[in-house]
Design a protein around this ligand. Structure first.
Ligand SMILES: NC(=O)c1ccc[n+]([C@@H]2O[C@H](COP(=O)([O-])OP(=O)(O)OC[C@H]3O[C@@H](n4cnc5c(N)ncnc54)[C@H](O)[C@@H]3O)[C@@H](O)[C@H]2O)c1
Length: 335
């Protein structure tokens, strides 16, 4: 592709703005179209970053003929944008989680598979240098135990976020990043069992989710993982993933996943600070995949993102049933 990449956005809220702040510095990218159901936010983003405003996705795609689309809508709003892109074979990056509904995501995964359109599921942590380095070492020295946590205060900035029906809850909305890393670094899960706690944060019109959960995962490799989540950690924010094996320990800490690897191959621990501009790194990988028609540059495509969503939704199902979910046995959880 010799010309600039023409980019359109569906959903221009918080995460879209974060992407746009990096994209405006990419000299080979033009933001040409903006679509959202909220007129006010559309005008704000147009003022900040340019692009034509549309009130129909299909109209935007017809008129602007973008080379790629960023889909940045909340979990409950997926479907229309993806189908519109797939029908026109327009590559798209879609924010995680891919949906809060397994059937919607499965239908879309099947359509993506048939169309062979280039897709990127925005699990951006896969692009971190620390994660890449750890992956190489863990292939050689596998982990027997994974322990992770996403423990933060009750979110109040997005009313949809803390409503189970709209977001899927924390397991689907946030901890999915950790589930994705467990899969990426240790392989697929065989079964999952989740317990939740309620009643510590008072429910209201926009809060009906579990306050905290703990998830046990049996991995096909034989390893086990324990992932904890909390939207009720009022004072001590903690995001981490630790992996242990006979010959290795890996620690990822904080939102940026500052990395420390201790293993047989190093006399001293290997420390890799987490990148502050991870969205720019992810966006560049996706846009280069589009520019050079080379999907191998993308570390998580739609189908891969679907499998991470399966894990989050299976954890939710376990929360409801009170029992373990065998991922291998259930049609809706298998591809
Ligand atoms: N990768 C990350 O680390 C990361 C960080 C933040 C958010 N996200 C994800 O991005 C998604 C959006 O989150 P956000 O923080 O930007 O939320 P937001 O509420 O700030 O923005 C969402 C936007 O989508 C619009 N919208 C809703 N329904 C729509 C529809 N049917 N069509 C078009 N637009 C619609 C809303 O009007 C809003 O402007 C979520 O799934 C979230 O998990 C990912």
């Amino acid at each position: 592709m010799n010309k600039n990449i023409r980019l359109a956005f569906v959903g221009v809220g918080n995460i879209a703005e974060q992407h746009m702040r990096y994209l405006r510095d990419f000299s080979d990218v033009d933001i040409v179209g903006l679509y959202d159901i909220d007129d006010k936010i559309l005008r704000i983003r147009q003022h900040q970053f340019g692009g034509e405003i549309y009130r129909s996705i299909n109209r935007m795609l017809e008129v602007q003929e973008p080379d790629a689309v960023f889909i940045c809508v909340p979990p409950y709003a997926h479907g229309e944008a993806e189908v519109s892109c797939i029908e026109r074979c327009i590559p798209f990056l879609v924010e995680k989680p891919l949906s809060n509904n397994i059937n919607t995501a499965k239908e879309l995964a099947d359509k993506v598979h048939e169309s062979e359109v280039i897709t990127c599921a925005a699990y951006m942590n896969r692009y971190r240098r620390g994660v890449q380095k750890a992956k190489i070492f863990l292939e050689r020295y596998p982990a027997s135990l994974v322990s992770g946590g996403w423990l933060i205060d009750t979110p109040s900035d997005h009313p949809w976020l803390t409503q189970r029906e709209l977001s899927g809850g924390q397991l689907v909305e946030q901890t999915t990043h950790l589930f994705d890393l467990v899969r990426y670094l240790c392989g697929e899960a065989a079964s999952i069992h989740c317990y939740g706690s309620k009643g510590f944060v008072h429910p209201n019109d926009t809060y009906d989710v579990d306050d905290a959960t703990t998830v046990s995962i049996q991995l096909k490799s034989g390893a086990v993982a324990c992932i904890q989540s909390s939207w009720s950690a009022g004072f001590e924010r903690d995001i981490y993933l630790k992996l242990f094996g006979p010959n290795i320990s890996v620690e990822f800490k904080n939102w940026d996943l500052d990395t420390k690897i201790v293993c047989r191959d190093y006399l001293v621990p290997l420390e890799i600070p987490g990148e502050k501009d991870i969205f720019a790194i992810e966006d560049r990988a996706f846009l280069n995949a589009v520019k050079y028609n080379d999907p191998t540059r993308i570390l998580s495509n739609y189908e891969d993102g679907f499998r991470s969503l399966q894990l989050s939704l299976a954890a939710n199902e376990s929360l409801e049933t009170g029992g373990p979910i065998q991922l291998t046995d259930l049609q809706r959880y298998s591809k």
